[in-house]
Structures are given as structure tokens and as C-alpha cells.
Ligand binder design. Structure first.
Ligand SMILES: [Ca+2]
Ligand SMILES: [Ca+2]
Length: 338
């Protein structure tokens, strides 16, 4: 039997509700931390998006054509050559590495779950017996007082739309509702790691410096699953997908990587100098990035995120260190794309 779902309410009210729950429920310390992390993240997510809001610009949805999917996506890793990247005015040298061709899919994540019995943070039970849950985007019915993030205690990678949604996850769609610890657990199993921020952007640019100086929150990349129409009310789906797309439905970059920009945000490796407290970083924007809002579906797209937070637009992909022989340590057996 499914747990109850929190209705669409003001996020501040939601946070106050959770705080009241924390003070009265006698939750364990872990449960309190988990709930607190979710509350903080919902608030920061809302605040961040509001800060990122931009006036609508000229980039008509009609410029994008309907996507044509690769019939066999997500089966490989891509070799990324050595190079350098200037990130926040510091030149970073990039050693050769390999990166998943696409975001980790539901099918691949399901194999990990089946082999390990791992329970994602969204699915873990609180002291109340209810699942921790996750944040789900819902298009509001009107713009007045609209809040488009709903905290749903039934939502997880298995049920990305949660209790009120009708979309069943497809094996080839990105696994979402993934927290940072979930991604690390998967990486430990798969013999990989999360890419560093510099590796991720270097790979996302595909060998081009075209995004240098354009910065985050300024422009969605072409050929990325993003949002067409006026966010959050109008979603034309002119690129072929109103929500998540199966991986590999949009054009690859020059390295052969797909969906680096848009579709699902992707966790990158934490950095002790950059990340404070329980914060981490997600990159590349998502299907929710519109030209009037977010604009982070690009190689420079960034968002600070609580590591315990998960949502219907957050996934990941793995990187792999190269051995002197040119092999990597991954053990999931996918084809290497040179
Ligand atoms: Ca789209
Ligand atoms: Ca992505």
C-alpha cells in the first residue's frame, strides 16, 4: 500500500510542515537529517531557479525538429583524450579517461539493484515507516502561486512520476531520483567513479571551446532535450519530448557522448575545496530547462545540490580511469566506443 503524498503547497509551508514533523515524531538522527536535507534542497532548488529566471529570448522552438532515437543507445563508453579546460579562471589539465556514452539507464540501474539489493535514499523508510520519497516536477495548472515541485513519498527511480503520475519508466530512460550516495554506490559496483566537474565539462564540450564565457544559465544547447514553451505553464514538446527522453535520442557531440546537455542533470564528483557541508554539484541541465527559465542545458550548466537530495530530473553517468594498457576498471561489460 502506498504512502500518502504531500499536496502542492508553498515550499516554505512544506518546510515548516517537515520541521514540525521532525520536532514531534521522535525520528532517528538519520531520518531527521534526511528530511532536513530534502527540505533544504527543495528550498534551495526553488530559490536557485527563481534566481536563474531570465526573460524569454529569441530561440524559437520551431528551430528544433523532432528527435530521432538511436535504436541501440546507451551500450558503450567513450574514450576522452587528454587536454585542458579553464574552469573558474583556473586551467585544469585533463588526463585521458573514459565516460559513459549516455546517462545511466533504468535497465542498467535495475541490474545493480538486483545484484546488490541496494535501496536508494528515496526508498528508505523513515522512523514513521513511510518512505523518504523524492521531489517530482508537476506542471502547474495556473501561474498564480504555482509551485511545480511536489514532494512525493512514493517517488523513486522505480516510479519517477510518483503516486499521481501516469508515466511508467522505460528501460532506456535515465535512472532518476538518484542522490549522490546512490550514484557512489552504483559506481563502486560498476568499477567506475563520478567524473570531476572539469572532466565533465571538458567532455561535454566535445573538444570545442565554444561554451567558454557563455556561462551557466545563459543558453540551452541545441540538440539537447530541453523545454520549449514558456516554463512552467506551456510545454510544447517541440523537440519530441515533454519529459525525459530515452538516452541517445539527441545528437552526439564530437566525442560521441549523448545527452550531456539536458535530459537529466548529472552528479559530478564532490570537491573538498568547492563543496561545503553536505553540498554537491549537478551538471548539464535537464528537460526542464527553458529559454525563459534555467537555461542550463549546456556544458557549463551547474547547480549546487544537497547530496541527500533526489528529484525527477537528477541522474548520473560514470567515468573510468585508464590503465597504462588503455583498459579501464569497469566490469559491466559494455562496448568501448573509440
Ligand atoms: Ca523536451
Ligand atoms: Ca544529461
Amino acid at each position: 500500500m502506498r504512502g500518502s503524498m504531500v499536496d502542492i503547497v508553498e515550499l516554505n509551508t512544506l518546510a515548516e510542515t517537515f520541521r514540525a514533523t521532525l520536532s514531534s515524531s521522535g525520528c532517528s538522527r538519520l531520518a531527521r537529517w534526511l528530511l532536513g536535507a530534502v527540505c533544504a534542497s527543495l528550498l534551495s532548488l526553488s530559490a536557485c531557479h527563481r534566481n536563474e529566471a531570465q526573460p524569454a529570448s529569441a530561440s524559437p522552438a520551431s528551430e528544433k525538429s523532432a528527435a530521432t532515437c538511436d535504436p541501440d543507445p546507451g551500450s558503450g563508453v567513450v574514450s576522452i583524450p587528454a587536454g585542458s579546460l579553464t574552469l573558474r579562471n583556473v586551467k585544469r589539465e585533463i588526463a585521458p579517461f573514459q565516460l559513459d556514452e549516455t546517462e545511466v539507464t533504468n535497465a542498467r540501474f535495475a541490474t545493480f539493484i538486483a545484484e546488490t539489493g541496494y535501496v536508494t535514499m528515496a526508498e528508505r523508510l523513515l522512523a514513521t515507516g513511510e518512505p523518504n520519497g523524492s521531489a517530482v516536477f508537476r506542471r502547474p495548472f495556473n501561474v498564480h502561486g504555482a509551485n511545480w515541485w511536489v514532494f512525493d513519498d512514493t517517488a523513486s527511480w522505480k516510479d519517477p512520476d510518483g503516486e499521481l503520475g501516469s508515466h511508467e519508466p522505460l528501460p532506456r530512460e535515465p535512472a532518476t531520483h538518484i542522490s549522490y550516495p546512490d550514484a557512489i554506490a552504483f559506481a563502486d559496483w560498476a568499477g567506475g567513479r563520478l567524473p570531476t566537474e572539469a572532466e565533465w565539462e571538458y567532455a561535454a564540450r566535445g573538444g570545442r571551446d565554444g561554451w567558454e564565457g557563455r556561462g551557466q544559465g545563459r543558453h540551452n544547447a541545441r540538440d539537447a532535450n530541453s523545454w520549449q514553451g514558456i516554463f512552467p505553464m506551456e510545454n510544447t514538446g517541440a523537440d519530441g519530448y515533454e519529459g525525459l527522453a530515452p538516452v541517445g535520442c539527441f545528437a552526439a557531440n564530437a566525442y560521441g557522448l549523448k545527452d550531456m546537455s539536458g535530459n537529466a542533470w548529472e552528479w559530478v564528483e564532490r570537491d573538498a575545496e568547492r563543496d561545503r557541508d553536505d553540498k554537491g554539484l549537478i551538471a548539464g541541465g535537464s528537460f526542464l530547462c527553458a529559454e525563459n527559465f534555467c537555461r542550463n542545458a549546456n556544458p557549463s550548466g551547474r547547480q549546487i545540490q544537497d547530496i541527500g537530495f533526489s528529484a525527477s530530473h537528477i541522474g548520473f553517468r560514470l567515468a573510468y580511469d585508464m590503465s597504462p594498457e588503455g583498459d579501464n576498471a569497469r566490469k559491466t561489460g559494455f562496448e568501448v566506443v573509440e
